[in-house]
Design a protein around this ligand. Sequence first.
Ligand SMILES: Cc1cc2nc3c(=O)[nH]c(=O)nc-3n(C[C@H](O)[C@H](O)[C@H](O)COP(=O)(O)OP(=O)(O)OC[C@H]3O[C@@H](n4cnc5c(N)ncnc54)[C@H](O)[C@@H]3O)c2cc1C
Length: 307
Amino acid sequence: MIQIYGAGVAGTFLYYLLFKNGYRVSIFDVRKSPDCRCGWGIAYKEARELYSEIEVNLDDFILTKPEKVVVNGIELKNNGIAIFDKLKLLKELWEGIEFKKCEAKLIVDATGTKREFLPKIANDRLVPTLQFMERHENVENIYIHFERHGYAWAFPLGEYWHIGAGSIFENKIPELIEKLRLKFGFERKESVCSCKAKIRMLPPSKCRPFVHRNVVGVGEAIGCVSGAGEGNAPSLKCAKILYECIENLENYESRILTELKWVEREQRFLESVLRGLPAIHLLFRIIPHESKRLVKHSILDFFRVFA
Ligand SMILES: Cc1cc2nc3c(=O)[nH]c(=O)nc-3n(C[C@H](O)[C@H](O)[C@H](O)COP(=O)(O)OP(=O)(O)OC[C@H]3O[C@@H](n4cnc5c(N)ncnc54)[C@H](O)[C@@H]3O)c2cc1C
């Protein structure tokens, strides 16, 4: 028997992969129903392929595929980000599950930033975020206001938008959101929901151990979040790797560190920037990779954004 704790994007995906392939598996979440707490951006191609393995058609949940990503006023071509209704998708997946806690040989820690079952991480970096859902009629692009310590975003969801920000300095978050509003014309509106949450910004290698006694971690619990704060597709990928290693966990750590090396690289870049260390050499690997899977940009664009 395998017991999963945490039914976010990683836990639910892993549950269905195991269940559909004949494993005895149980899942439990402390929440009664899923909540939003995410911008709902996703790397479309990767996620669509992964979800198809549990017979979920991601297209049924896509709200929009914005044409451009506008960062600090610089317009970039969106190559692969779609906005999906994560709440609806999780609700549908939860409908097929009865949450239970069972005696199990293996426990999966899919509790995200909480990392409730694996040993705590020394010098963990949990970055605070704040997000609102508001109605706007702006052109359906993704808008970003970037600063060294964090960034604010506006993600189109159809008639509503997610407007939010995250920063290593919590007190700077309102200011980041205000700057985004001014720059891109999102006036302050009544919010239909708002949430405060944290996001783990550490390279996966610093979130070890991934396996401890009879507990194995998956998703954000083991740092599968990119330097730009993208955790949905990386957490799905991580869950797929765990599924493939479930009979032989010795290979799990090395597979995560190899197959999600790009996440490690982006987090290393971020860490170097925060510490004021040289990091430009990392951009020569990061930019081509991100241009292919998410947003088309160049080293020149990078410097224009921060000019
Ligand atoms: C404001 C914000 C915006 C974001 N926007 C994006 C975005 O646009 N695109 C993107 O790719 N990523 C985004 N991310 C990151 C992304 O949401 C996460 O990385 C991703 O959801 C991680 O998935 P997970 O399943 O590992 O963890 P989670 O989605 O956090 O799920 C963990 C689950 O564990 C449950 N849990 C906690 N403790 C326990 C316990 N003791 N027992 C049982 N269950 C427990 C929780 O209730 C939760 O359901 C954003 C994050 C934030 C905070």
